[in-house]
Design a binder for this molecule. Sequence first.
Ligand code: AP5
Ligand code: MG
Length: 188
Amino acid sequence: MRILLMGPPGAGKGTQAEILGRRLGVPHVSTGDLFRDHVGRRTPLGREAARFLDAGELVPDRVTTDMVRHRLDQPDAARGFLLDGFPRTVRQAHALSAILSARGEALDAVVEFTAPEEVLVRRLLARGRPDDTEDVIRHRQRVHHRETVPVLGHYAGLVRTVEAVGTVEDITARTLRALGLPEGVSTR
Ligand code: AP5
Ligand code: MG
């Protein structure tokens, strides 16, 4: 399965990707997690990316796309992946199309998680990651609307919209149904 998980900051992309990745036997690839790993290890990429993460701005497309291409070249992604937080711009979507077509692959589905902004802000304030201050959270929401919502148009026909309000378990069940998978599914 090759699936994109999209939705605003706090929608639960990472939470659901962990669960679905285990169920489907494919890796959870989060560009945010990859950047935070580089920041933590103080690599050159991490030093470049840190100021964008802190401000809630997008890291430049080329840097991000190169990182994703490299991650998808790892052997564990050969059978599929759950991409969380990429693509986030129309340019990244075009780059992903090129990466996949060079591999002779195509996406199976795009899951769009939706939730009201006040729910998202409340969840993120409770989490308290360094970029989870109220100002930066609100800015990330604006960047999402401006840069990432238009990406859904690129995937017309593949998008399954899932309401991401409720318990984690309910949202997993809704997502599996939206993907046409039985709730007990496991490919392991
Ligand atoms: P990234 O790490 O992707 O952050 P984000 O998109 O802002 O999303 P979050 O991780 O905050 O939310 P989520 O939807 O994953 O929700 P989660 O499961 O964590 O990106 C961070 C930064 O990296 C960006 O700002 C940018 O700088 C850079 N970046 C990343 N990708 C990039 C790209 N492609 N291009 C350029 N730059 C990029 O859940 C949130 C909280 O809610 C958690 O505490 C969770 O426990 C809780 N929760 C989850 N589900 C529920 C539920 N059902 N009920 C109650 N609480 C819940
Ligand atoms: Mg996340």
